[in-house]
Design a protein around this ligand. Structure first.
Ligand code: SAH
Length: 257
């Protein structure tokens, strides 16, 4: 599975070290070896090592971060895995379609699949950082899988899509696919988009369109809009240039008041 970019399995605040080890093992069986742990409750730990069996190397190389934003900063495609449907949420993608999409997206940048806490899953703010939400079809009365089992199913779909592409010749002969968007400019990373959202919020506040005391859903809706558009770095820089121009005019008018 030689690709220029990486697939990261991100576990947000896992509380049971055994699940971390089992998730490392699950991912490695499917040839995915980049594990990222956001604020784990107990890591490194003997229990994680014991449950990882032959995947201790994956645990030893696991990156530990304090926030989800840090974990996915260098990614251009992020998918949240959730057992539950939410109110205002990003578009959904089924696990099998996700498998194929991941390989297409890897042509353009790093990909992260994000898994939530054992107790409460992912928060809305965390899901807002994702391009898609994926849900493993399960018993509608009992749909929450164990964390490592969910990692296993999603990694299986990704690996299975790799095998299908290989047998179709797409990967064997090098990339024969169009980039995901049909554009040649590199996509903006999560970090570059976060800088855009921060700048946008500041300008919307300065022009009194956004009230931080009554934020409602404005910034979340704008996030979803830009997330669907998949802006390139050049496009992100144009938007930031427009924001800076608005700020300049606003500040000039203010100084005339
Ligand atoms: N009680 C939590 C579920 C936690 S299970 C809740 O209600 O949200 C831990 C994690 O495993 C979830 O956050 C999710 O990332 C993953 N997971 C569990 N079941 C899943 C399913 N059916 N589809 C997709 N992901 C699932």
């Amino acid at each position: 599975m030689n690709k220029p970019h990486q697939i990261k399995i991100v576990l947000v605040e896992p509380s049971h070290p055994g699940n971390i080890g089992a998730a490392a093992r699950a991912a490695k069986t499917m040839c995915i070896e980049n594990l990222v742990l956001v604020n784990p409750e107990d890591f490194p730990s003997g229990e994680a090592r014991a449950r990882s069996t032959g995947a201790i190397d994956v645990l030893e190389r696991a990156m530990v971060c304090q926030t989800l934003q840090e974990a996915i900063a260098d990614c251009t495609f992020v998918v949240g895995s959730s057992a539950r449907q939410r109110g205002l949420q990003c578009p959904e993608i089924s696990p099998d379609k996700l498998g194929a999409k991941v390989w297409q997206e890897l042509e353009q940048g790093n990909v992260a699949i994000v898994f939530g806490r054992e107790s409460s899953g992912l928060t809305n703010e965390e899901l807002d950082q994702c391009h898609y939400l994926t849900t493993i079809p399960a018993n509608w009365e009992f749909s929450s899988l164990n964390l490592a089992s969910a990692v296993q199913v999603i990694c299986y779909e990704i690996y299975n899509a790799f095998l299908k592409r290989s047998s179709d010749g797409a990967l064997v002969n090098g990339s024969t696919e169009e980039p995901a968007q049909g554009v040649s400019d590199p996509l903006a990373t999560v970090e570059q988009l976060e800088n855009l959202f921060g700048h946008m919020q500041q300008v919307l506040h300065e022009i009194e369109f956004f009230d931080p005391k009554q934020p409602k859903l404005l910034m979340r809706r704008l996030r979803h809009l830009y997330s669907r558009a998949r802006p390139t770095l050049v496009e992100t820089n144009i938007l930031r240039g427009i924001l800076s121009a608005v700020q300049k005019v606003k500040r000039q008018t203010k100084s005339l008041d």
